[in-house]
Each structure stands twice: as structure tokens, then as C-alpha cells.
Ligand binder design. Structure first.
Ligand SMILES: [Zn+2]
Length: 199
């Protein structure tokens, strides 16, 4: 089970699943939100996934995954994405990178696909690769999909997978996707070497 990836040479657009207007643009070495600002507003760790992983899949554990929700500025409808960040290091050493709380360094962007179609994994998704001072960070972006039913996804405290959330469609979708792609995503990260960066 492998991931094929192709460097972006032209702009790749992520479109609103409800109206088709662009909500996020990835270029070969940068990305942007049309009109500026953020395209995602809130998120939470995907509950229940960790319990599905074997010890071998959990360790080493430099990963961070979540479901995030955003709203389309054109039509006002909400959408959600599934995100996972991966590094090859001790979690404590790279936590700030994984959660985007530290400058990530140069960015290169790719389109990914499973070498063989895999149940639960989209046919294509976006990969940001950042050259951090602690090695490469892979940040995969799956989606966006329309958030047709926000019950169990958006509660009074925002996006949360607690309580009924574990059974809501969007969480089940995100959990199954990450579980199905898990080994391939980790292998891709381990088999990718840092590019020499120009000083
Ligand atoms: Zn829209």
C-alpha cells in the first residue's frame, strides 16, 4: 500500500462542495485563501482513531490529526476537512510544528493518490511538505466535504468529537479515512528525504 505523489506545477484549487467556488489555493511552494484570512475556523482531534491503531502504528508517535470545519464565504454553507501532520521525531520535540505553532520553513506541495484504490480514501488529496529545522513535516489535507448535519460535530463549545460526536457521520468518515490510509501515510513520510535547502 503506497502513496504516489506528484509535485504541483500549477495551482490546485480546493472548491466549496456546496457551490463550487474556490476556498483554498495551493501553488507549488505556497498556499493561500482567496480573499485572505482563514478557510477553516475550528476543529478537534478525531476521537476513537487512536484506539483503532496497533502499537506498531502508534509508535513512534510524531503525528497530529483532526477534523476541521470552515464556512464558505460565497454560499455560507459549512464544510469539513480531515488533516494529519506527520514527522519522524519524538512527539515532544516537534509538537509545536505538528500543531502549526512554530515557523515551518519552506513549503512544497503535491497531489497524492493511493497506488491502489483503497476503500475510504479519496482518489486524490493535497499534501503540504515543510522543511522544518527538525526535518520534514508532512501535512495532508483531505476534503473538503459538505457538512450536511452538524449535530454531533459542532456543539456549544465549538467543534468537538466528545459525546454523541463519535457516532456522527463526519467523525466516522474522518476516522475510517485516516485508519485506512494510516500505514501508507507514515511510510510516505519515512521514505521521503529532506531536500537540500539553499542557504
Ligand atoms: Zn460555497
Amino acid at each position: 500500500m503506497y502513496v504516489n505523489r506528484i509535485p504541483l506545477v500549477s495551482t490546485h484549487t480546493l472548491a466549496c462542495p456546496s457551490c463550487g467556488k474556490p476556498v483554498y489555493l495551493a501553488h507549488s511552494d505556497r498556499s493561500e485563501v482567496p480573499g485572505g484570512g482563514a478557510w477553516l475556523r475550528d476543529g478537534d482531534t478525531v476521537g476513537g482513531l487512536y484506539q483503532m491503531l496497533s502499537d506498531a502504528q502508534r509508535n513512534p508517535s510524531a503525528f497530529h490529526y483532526e477534523l476541521m470545519v470552515g464556512g464558505c464565504r460565497s454560499c455560507g454553507e459549512d464544510y469539513y476537512v480531515t488533516l494529519i501532520s506527520l514527522m519522524d521525531a519524538a512527539y515532544e520535540d516537534v509538537e509545536a510544528y505538528l500543531s502549526f505553532n512554530k515557523a515551518l520553513g519552506p513549503e512544497r506541495n503535491f497531489l497524492c493518490a493511493m497506488q491502489a484504490p483503497t476503500d475510504g480514501v479519496p482518489s486524490q488529496w493535497l499534501l503540504h511538505e515543510y522543511s522544518t529545522q527538525s526535518g520534514l513535516m508532512h501535512h495532508h489535507v483531505f476534503g473538503p466535504w459538505a457538512l450536511k448535519d452538524s449535530e454531533g460535530v459542532i456543539g456549544i463549545n465549538g467543534v468537538s468529537s466528545c459525546g454523541v460526536g463519535v457516532t456522527a457521520a463526519a467523525w466516522v468518515h474522518a476516522r475510517n479515512l485516516l485508519h485506512a490510509a494510516w500505514d501508507a501515510l507514515r511510510e510516505l513520510r519515512l521514505n521521503t528525504s529532506a531536500q537540500p535547502t539553499a542557504e
